[in-house]
Design a protein around this ligand. Structure first.
Ligand SMILES: Nc1ncnc2c1ncn2[C@@H]1O[C@H](COP(=O)(O)OP(=O)(O)OP(=O)(O)O)[C@@H](O)[C@H]1O
Ligand SMILES: [Mg+2]
Length: 200
């Protein structure tokens, strides 16, 4: 049971490659880090692995098959910039319930206040908004989570709190996680191995 990138190449423009010949995989239950310099293509690779972008060459395989194109996506991406990941015309309640209905216990553990559900996205701070994006991504059908600088905008106590919730859930559901981050201490603490995008 794994998420695989097989000889992936990607360019936003023709003949201008961001990366080529990327081979990597994450297994269910595994927590893997992805590092590399700014602009190297980590976010782009995260989008490809979760089906938001099509690779220019190569294949993504989930348990040996192509990514599904319909329904709740088994590979969930939590974006680096939460404000780009939500519909600004929806209230937080609608955004949260788009894919599944997280229970009150999960919301409480993520520090989401009931009152925030009635607000619009632009009425929350980046860190508050990101908690919703994390909750939204943890549906029962999530097999893999791509966490792209998921807690970078949070203070260290909240960061630890959110990761505790995500890691507990990952263990319970046997999820695999790809952690994209520049924070070495976070990666060293939670990942069993770390991939450098410039060496795959
Ligand atoms: N929509 C786009 N159109 C054109 N170029 C893009 C687009 N998005 C990203 N790029 C370019 O692709 C390259 C890789 O960007 P990406 O966001 O994947 O890098 P990253 O490794 O995640 O960087 P960071 O560590 O700063 O988040 C960069 O040079 C960026 O300028
Ligand atoms: Mg990025």
């Amino acid at each position: 049971m794994q998420l695989e990138a097989i000889d992936i190449g990607f360019g936003y423009k023709k003949n201008s490659w961001i990366f080529r010949h990327v081979h990597m995989s994450v297994s269910r239950g595994e927590i893997v880090g992805l590092v590399g310099p700014s602009g190297a293509g980590k976010t782009t690779l995260g989008k490809i692995l979760s089906g938001y972008e099509k690779p220019s060459e190569g294949l993504v395989r989930l348990n040996g098959s192509p990514l599904p194109s319909k329904g709740y996506h088994p590979v969930q991406l939590v974006f680096q910039h939460p404000e780009k990941a939500v519909n600004p015309k929806w209230r937080m309640k609608e955004i949260l319930h788009e894919g599944w209905n997280p229970d009150d216990e999960l919301l409480e553990r993520l520090g989401i206040e009931k009152d925030w559900l009635r607000r619009w996205p632009n009425e929350l701070s980046g860190g508050e908004l990101q908690r919703f994006c994390v909750a939204r991504a943890l549906g029962p059908s999530t097999q893999f989570l791509i966490a792209d600088e998921m807690t970078t905008m949070l203070d260290s106590i909240t960061q630890a709190q959110i990761w505790q919730v995500v890691l507990d859930m990952a263990q319970k559901r046997n999820m695999g996680i790809l952690v994209i981050s520049h924070e070495a201490h976070l990666l060293n603490r939670i990942c069993s191995r770390i991939i450098d995008i410039s060496q795959v």
